[in-house]
Design a protein around this ligand. Structure first.
Ligand SMILES: [Zn+2]
Length: 494
């Protein structure tokens, strides 16, 4: 039995977003718990599809003693403020110093966190943790599929274990894998690590593991990871980050350094071979509406429009209205859209009550250039307190706290509104407002890829739409300054 400290600090930073992630953003709950420190932390994450939850469960079943540090996450946004990074890091490090003799440390990290004063914030945190525990205590971290892995992270951690799926249905499972890797290390496995960065950016919407090329590439990773390799991963990266470490990577750790390097290089070459298959496929709003008019629309099988550029799961604010306005203007029927973040509109709907009519200027509160609210008289169809549990494979077990919510109706369109932004990746977000997504002909969702886990099975077609928003779908359109020399900002035919 070993004594293992467990903590987590997750942020995916879109450096092109002007809205920073503050301490208050980490403190507040959303679909996942707010900042929790000490013994309450294990309970806060329990039962949720989160790496920390999977780690705790597996490490306990392996009879290890767990010491809680702090756990927190905030919605993807601009850089993490210096204040937030330093305060949360200090909590983790102070608790680490105070917990006495330790055999190991586990951290639930994202791997694409950028702070105001640290481009490689995860690497900086791992370096500080290493300084506290010394060279001989194993430090294992789990990483998001979208980690922009840095050499500093690989060097400071004994082992890294990354998600294998996008939608991330294996987050808890990844934590359990990290526990097993750490268990092997504690039983004496020697570990070297090796990583290789790959020189082209992969658009988010081309990264789904439900389709090619990542479907077969991740299968290859899974079948290649066996002793003496402890952990192996292709990490496609988070492209909206103007930092030197931005981009895909391949990582492995294990006891045979030569075999490891050969395997990682082989996987990196496989990824490069498939480069052209990652090309972006986007519809303009007009093209998407034309496609809907041409579609057969079978009952119970809606067409899904992924409003990717305003995805709050990648730094959007879930309040651009251009796509919804176009759907209203096209007079489409049986449309369900959301989830729009507009606390003022939600409050006014609650004040008016179910069945009432209310004049609203809906959305566009965050100031995306060119965006204006949808001003109209809406019917208030349903109200909710924003507290419900995730039921889909991605947000499984998540205890949502989205503040007052409302379902508004305008013509043939119903719009779900919340008081906090959250990616529309779980049908429970709509069912909370007593509307069944599959009963609609069209779903317009503020999500890039995660929606596919829960909504994909009911969709007749999925169109990724290029509507306004800060999460620019095509990395080639971003004004990068800090990428590594030779980095291609879009997949090329080679
Ligand atoms: Zn991710």
């Amino acid at each position: 039995m070993a004594r293992i400290a467990v903590g987590g600090f997750q942020h995916e930073t879109n450096t092109f977003s002007p809205v920073p992630a503050t301490f208050a953003d980490f403190a507040a709950p959303d679909a996942w718990p707010g900042l929790t420190r000490g013994a309450a932390m294990f309970e806060a994450v329990a039962g949720i599809n989160l790496p920390a939850a999977g780690f705790v469960q597996e490490a306990r079943s392996l009879h290890h003693e767990l010491v809680p540090l702090a756990w927190c996450s905030a919605q993807p946004s601009g850089r993490v403020t210096r204040d937030a990074f330093e305060r949360i890091s200090a909590m983790l490090l102070d608790d680490l110093r105070d917990c006495g003799n330790l055999d190991a440390v586990y951290l639930d990290l994202h791997g694409a966190m950028v702070a105001e004063h640290a481009d490689d914030a995860d690497g900086e945190l791992l370096r500080r943790v290493r300084d506290v525990v010394g060279a001989n205590v194993p430090v294992v971290a789990s990483l998001d599929f979208h980690a922009n892995l840095s050499p500093g992270m690989a060097r400071c951690a004994t082992a890294l274990v990354a998600y294998r799926t996008y939608p991330h249905v294996d987050m808890a499972d990844c934590g359990a894998r990290a526990a097993r890797v750490l268990h092997d290390i504690l039983r004496g496995a020697q570990v070297a690590s090796y990583m290789e960065q790959v020189a082209f950016l992969i658009p988010l919407t081309s990264q789904s593991t439900l389709v090619e090329p990542l479907q077969s590439l991740m299968r290859e990773v899974e079948s290649t990871e066996r002793a003496p390799i402890l952990s192996l991963g292709i990490l496609p990266g988070f492209p909206a980050a103007d930092v030197a470490e931005c981009g895909p990577s391949v990582y492995g750790c294990g006891s045979d350094a030569f075999q490891l390097a050969t395997t990682v290089r082989r996987l990196a070459a496989l990824l490069l071979d498939r480069e052209s298959e990652f090309a972006l496929e986007l519809y303009t709003i007009d093209q998407a509406i034309a496609e809907i008019r041409r579609s057969a629309m079978p009952r119970g099988r809606p067409v899904i429009l992924a409003d990717t550029q305003d995805n709050p799961g990648a730094g959007g604010h879930a309040d651009t209205m251009s796509l919804i306005k176009a759907l209203v203007a096209a007079d489409l029927q049986r449309v369900l859209a959301g989830v729009i973040c507009d606390p003022g509109a939600a409050a006014r709907a609650h004040a008016a009550g179910e069945g009432a009519q209310v004049e609203l200027s809906l959305g566009a509160g965050s100031g995306t250039p060119g965006e204006t609210p949808l001003a109209a008289r809406f019917s208030v169809i349903a109200l909710g307190d924003g507290r419900f549990t995730g039921t889909g494979p991605f947000y499984h077990g998540a205890r949502f706290e989205l503040g007052p919510m409302a379902l508004l109706e305008l013509g043939g369109i119903r719009i779900a509104v919340a008081s906090r932004k959250q990616q529309a990746a779980d049908q429970a977000m709509f069912r909370h407002l007593r509307v069944e997504p599959a009963d609609n002909a069209v779903l317009a969702l503020k999500s890039s890829v995660h929606f596919r886990a829960d909504f994909g099975p009911v969709a007749s077609r999925i169109l990724v739409v290029e509507a306004p928003g800060p999460n620019v779908a095509d990395p080639a359109k971003l004004p990068f300054r800090k990428l590594r020399p030779g980095m291609r900002t879009s997949p090329q035919r080679r």
